[in-house]
Design a protein around this ligand. Sequence first.
Ligand code: PRP
Ligand code: MG
Length: 209
Amino acid sequence: MLLLPQTNQLRALHTVIRDKNASGRDFEVYSRRIIRLLLEAGLDLLPFEKCEVTTPVGETYHGLAFTPRVSGVSVVRAGESMEAELRDMVPGISIGKILIQRDKRTKQPELFYKHLPSDIGAGHVLLMEPMLATGGSALAALDVLREAGVPDGNVVLINFLASPAGLERVGLAAPDVKIVTSSIEDGMNENAFMVPGIGDFGDRFFGTV
Ligand code: PRP
Ligand code: MG
């Protein structure tokens, strides 16, 4: 598990969006800045290959090339908040969708729909699920990826907020999955919402509160 460095800037970004009075516009813009940091950190966990280029001064730069086989998969709906950023960062990347909703009463995740890139099993996957409360939704999404032939070791879970219990559950059930998060919360309340938390991320990001 990789927790983003808790810099003053990151804490200031979190402070804006965790405020219950944050405007919809501020919530979107400031959470996107954190999403960008998460995606950059997640991409850094993928394999690289040696690559040389000739610079404009005629010298060789001994560098690295990104892996060409990476796709994104968002857990609808909150995970869709990360798609635009990823598509800006990796031109032409394929994006799959898995629609999972947590039952409001039982808190159990239900799978309604999936559409994944056909060759997804041949590469690495950034799985975008901003909220890890009980961890049930993330694990249900991982099951879908496994069925599609993606080994856990090829998955990087891009997560915004995680509860200690959710991290433990996913860590035990899927130890090979790499997780990048920007915050580990204190815990969960009786509604299985994280505390101090941020509320319903999907509702706030998409303005459906
Ligand atoms: C929320 C959140 C996560 C999930 C986390 O989704 O977006 O997907 O709950 O909870 P868990 O770790 O306990 O499974 P929700 O189904 O409420 O809907 P949304 O993504 O459409 O907002
Ligand atoms: Mg969700």
